[in-house]
Design a binder for this molecule. Structure first.
Ligand SMILES: [Mg+2]
Length: 291
């Protein structure tokens, strides 16, 4: 859902499977974007990573990495139907073609601890040094165990979905890096407060928003006191269409900070059918009642 507030356009786009309670922080984030200016940025541009999907052979992975025009790529690994050998081939092909590229991998929680230990060792070799591994296993306890047994840095992504989660990750020493997303964590300022308190570097990631939603993630990345890693917010191209005339897309691996305006024609082209629209209006009003 998109709406115009007092300071600009905002997006409310919780995942379809989330219940009303889980959507409350998403709505808080949307209200913040609608009604208050972004915190003062520390930087004008934000570095982002490219994405290499977990399919195709080495040359396809190289082409995807090249197309991203980013210095950092995230290679998705451990996908169902793919083998570790396939993952290794893709990572190693990227390394051969781009000696200086930073390569991180994302297993989306798919490995057991045992699988993670083996895969991380082999993929780290293939990459000649991974930047980090995102969510190798599903649970925070498993992340902690893997982290205690490998030298590669561990990032927590799926383990951080609610505002209390980053603290649990920190308290269990389960990760070196926290992946923060604006909508599920309640907004840009809420994320800044979390970042201040968790003593871990932060990577800002999108929830696959339109360009309107992405500007909030950029605002967060721009306002963080430290930003040692490229962020996962160059995701605009993953959607079939966008709703602004100048979509938020990285140039030379960077995104610019700022607001964007809805283009009515582009919006009409992707507007939901009335029955879907009714479902979302009902969803919004349930979540509003819980605020
Ligand atoms: Mg991830």
């Amino acid at each position: 859902m998109l709406a115009r507030g007092t300071v600009g356009w905002t997006e409310f786009s919780p995942f379809p499977e989330y219940d009303h309670q889980a959507c409350v922080p998403w709505l808080q984030a949307a209200l913040e974007a609608a009604s208050s200016e972004w915190p003062e940025p520390i930087r004008e541009t934000v570095p982002v990573n490219g994405i290499v999907p977990a399919f195709g052979r080495g040359p396809h992975a190289v082409a995807m990495a090249a197309q991203s025009e980013c210095d950092t790529v995230k290679v998705k690994v451990a996908q169902t139907g793919e083998t570790l050998a396939n993952d290794i081939e893709r990572v190693s092909a990227i390394r051969t073609e781009f000696p200086d590229m930073k390569i991180r991998i994302d297993a989306n929680g798919a490995w057991s601890v045992r699988e993670a230990l083996k895969a991380i060792r082999l993929l780290d070799e293939a990459a000649e040094g991974l930047e980090y591994v995102e969510q190798p296993c599903e649970t925070v306890e498993e992340l902690a165990e893997v982290r205690s047994k490998v030298d590669v840095l561990i990032a927590a992504d799926e383990s951080i979905r609610r505002a209390s989660d980053p603290f649990r990750v920190r308290d269990l020493s389960a990760a070196d890096i926290a992946v923060l997303k604006v909508q599920p964590l309640g907004g840009v300022r809420a994320c800044l407060r979390i970042a201040e308190q968790i003593d871990m570097p932060v990577v800002v990631s999108s929830a696959v928003e339109t360009s309107i939603g992405l500007t909030a993630s950029i605002a967060l990345a721009a306002a963080l006191p430290e930003l040692p890693y490229a962020c996962g917010i160059g995701t605009g191209h993953l959607l079939a269409a966008d709703v602004v005339t100048s979509p938020v897309r990285p140039k030379n691996g960077e995104l610019h900070v700022g607001r964007v305006d809805l283009d009515e024609d582009l919006f009409r082209a992707v507007q939901a059918d009335p029955d879907i629209d009714d479902l979302w209006q009902a969803r919004l009003s349930h979540v509003q009642d819980l605020l």
